[in-house]
Design a protein around this ligand. Structure first.
Ligand code: ADP
Ligand code: MG
Length: 680
């Protein structure tokens, strides 16, 4: 059925194909079907099973447009075995003409036993010639876009397949090593598979072809990431001196000793900074593992060598906390720390900007205001991005450009969201990775309790008891994703209720709608202990560090994601006292919510939680903004294809090391101009 006879198509075929990213022949060849239909066989009305798509060949007996009730076209047909009625609710006069008595039709659709007998609703049909040959391969159904029908897309792909060069980019020896089938055969098998007994066994038969395509895609990704890495390494960066007297002073002045893990990572970072090419390191450390001090040490090393450093955090609260912490640590050593945030007055921003441009300020701490407000540094050598997963690819790109023209600054990205191995190997393979796998000593594990909302009174009792002992507590308000206004209202209500229930306590309220100075006043009071109970929305989720707080209550915990719960729980257990995290939940719990709460209840290790999160949610969401725009992987699935990923990485390394001629054609085939994103 051709739908839009008469009206001229708004876009040309080429434009529609472009909308799907299909520009070159090879793009069309790599546009694989979503599923298949079996038109290789014709069944009879009598033998065709119900509830699955089948092909029939029938003759029209009579057709009529029914006007009573819902307007529809009813077409009675028959083959040698019996009768069937076709019903169409959308139809054109041209259809009625085609479906005249005596016409021979080939139908494809799902057959069912209606109250009028056997019927098909809206089958696909075409006029058949008696005895016309059947296709000998399955019919592919492609992902498409509005106005681009399967038939045109199929023709375009067929034409491309006839022209395109599908010669294997993998050397024969590698194909054997990884037991991969031939590329051209894999591509053709996926577009036009041979019919088997059932459509179900197709999955099994197509497995080698799918594996080959997934492998090639992963290989291209690994190659381009390694190349991006090498390309950055070829750039010049300010070469810093090894840590000197000031760094030693800071280490001596800290109220603690670095853990062995911090010491190890610090040595690696300090050595990176003495290289003539830019550091590109991702520091992963669970919540509370002590990443901030490493950022401070690295910044100090830059300043010691006569350069500047910038530290960027995703929220105002966190950035300000860093600002205060770095000021306490570094100002005694004669360092000037400048503060920049979106909510400052123009005058304040201007002043900070001038200090950085003149070099009067050594270190800038701020939110993304650091990158959007046209800040020029006199001599930037190091950019630190805290909670890097909260930033988009573009924002990180901009920070990188802040060096002077000839050099790129060293880049240290920090994250408390541990990246499971498969993701680290794929999306982050262009970075060097360091892991803080140890918490500072004396931390007592946080005891997690799951408490039904019905027992809220007991929780109030706990808050009172903790505060009576001189400690502090957080009360996190329910997340309401649908409406920010509702979320705010809930926070206000929760606060009012807790103020009434706990009259003897200082109860503060923190939410995203407060002005920056109001937020920082509340945080300052909580840090100082004049507020004992802090009612907050998820603005306290990342980074907030008040070691005296030992109780975390999360209302409607079932609404939060796993990494959020882990982050929130990480706000306590930072001092020497035993801490408790109470997860209040409302009955009844959905299956998914139950599974999430079980994971958080049973695990304290962020890596394990992230791994289980990945299993529950799949990698797409997990990798988040790294993938902004088009997903980098279309075919390969990091969970399912973890084995292929290992092989692809291994293969990429060998081919690159050997400067193999296979590299360039392979990348050209797969990358479609996505390289820019990989360089962030
Ligand atoms: P995160 O890795 O989550 O960013 P922070 O840098 O905020 O962790 O550190 C958490 C807390 O631990 C802070 O109060 C920090 O001062 C403290 N801290 C960091 N390193 C150590 C250490 N080696 N020994 C004791 N406390 C430490
Ligand atoms: Mg932190």
């Amino acid at each position: 059925m051709s739908g839009n006879a008469g009206s001229a198509p708004a876009r040309s075929l080429r434009e529609k194909l472009e909308a799907l990213g299909l520009v070159r022949d090879i793009d069309l060849a790599l546009h694989f079907p979503l599923r298949y239909e079996d038109e290789t066989r014709v069944l009879t009305v009598a033998e065709a099973p119900q509830g699955q798509a089948v092909q029939l060949e029938v003759k029209v007996v009579e057709a009529e447009v029914e006007v009573r009730g819902r307007r529809q076209l009813r077409v009675l047909c028959e083959d040698a075995s019996g009768e069937i009625e076709l019903r169409f609710f959308n139809f054109y006069p041209s259809h009625v003409k085609q479906l005249a008595p005596g016409a021979l039709l080939r139908l494809y659709g799902e057959l069912r036993h209606g109250w009028n007998g056997i019927e098909m609703v809206h089958p696909r049909f075409k006029l058949a010639e008696a005895g016309a040959a059947l296709p000998d391969t399955l019919t592919p159904v492609y992902p498409t876009t509005a106005g681009l029908g399967q038939a045109s897309l199929r023709r375009a792909i067929d034409a491309a397949l006839a022209r395109v060069d599908l010669s294997d980019t993998l050397p024969e020896a590698d194909r054997e090593r990884y037991k991969l089938m031939n590329f051209a055969a894999a591509v053709r098998a996926l577009h036009r598979p041979l019919p088997g007994e059932t459509l179900q066994d197709l999955d099994i038969r197509l497995q080698p072809a799918r594996a080959r395509v997934a492998f090639d895609e992963l290989l291209a990704q690994q190659m381009s990431l390694r190349l991006a890495y090498a390309e950055r390494r070829a750039r010049r960066a300010p070469q810093l001196a090894a840590p000197g007297a000031r760094v030693a002073e800071l280490l001596a002045a800290l109220p603690f000793q670095l853990t062995a893990a911090q010491q190890r990572v610090w040595e690696v970072i300090a050595a990176d900074l003495t290289q003539p090419y830019p550091m590109q390191r991702l520091l992963q450390g669970d919540v509370g593992s002590g990443k901030t001090v490493l950022a401070a040490l690295a910044a100090l090393q830059a300043v010691e060598s006569g350069f500047q450093a910038a530290i960027m955090a995703p929220t105002e609260i966190l950035a300000e906390q860093h600002y205060r912490k770095l000021s306490t640590w570094l100002q005694p050593l004669g360092m000037q720390v400048a503060w920049l945030s979106g909510s400052q007055t123009a005058r304040q921003k201007q002043a900070a900007r001038a200090q950085l441009a003149s070099g009067a300020a050594h270190i800038a701490v701020g939110t993304h205001a650091l990158i959007v407000e046209g800040i020029a540094f006199e001599r930037l050598a190091l950019a630190v991005v805290d909670e890097q997963h909260r930033f988009g690819v573009r924002q990180r790109l901009v920070l990188r450009e802040k060096g002077d023209a000839a050099t790129a600054p060293h880049l240290l990205m920090m994250s408390a969201t541990p990246i499971p191995r498969t993701l680290a190997m794929s999306y982050y393979a262009d970075l060097d990775l360091s892991v803080l796998d140890e918490l500072p000593p004396g931390r007592q594990p946080v005891l997690t309790k799951l408490v039904s909302e019905a027992r809220r009174d007991e929780v109030i009792f706990r808050v009172r008891a903790a505060c009576a002992e001189g400690r502090q507590a957080y009360w996190v308000c329910p997340l309401i994703e649908e409406s920010e206004a509702l979320q705010l209202q809930t926070a206000l209500d929760t606060h009012a209720r807790l103020v009434a229930e706990l009259p003897e306590l200082g109860v503060g309220l923190l939410h995203g709608r407060l002005k920056a100075d109001e937020k920082s006043a509340v945080m300052a009071q909580f840090s100082a202990g004049t507020i004992q109970l802090l009612v907050a929305t998820t603005v306290v989720e990342v980074g907030v560090d008040v070691p005296n707080a030992s109780l975390m209550v999360i209302e409607h915990a079932e609404r939060f994601g796993l990494s959020q719960l882990h982050q929130l729980r990480g706000r306590v257990g930072r001092g020497g006292t035993a801490s408790v995290c109470v997860l209040l939940y409302a009955q009844p719990l959905s299956e998914a919510a139950r599974a999430r709460l079980k994971v958080i209840y049973e695990n304290a290790d962020g890596f394990e939680i992230a791994r289980q999160d990945l299993a529950l949610r799949g990698p797409g969401e997990f990798a988040g903004s790294r993938q902004s725009g088009e997903p980098l992987l279309r075919f390969a699935d990091l969970e399912r294809d973890a084995g292929l990923l290992d092989a692809a990485r291994d293969c990429a390394e060998r081919l690159l090391a050997a400067q193999s001629e296979a590299v360039a054609p392979h990348l050209a085939r797969w990358m479609r101009g996505r390289e820019a994103f990989l360089k962030a």
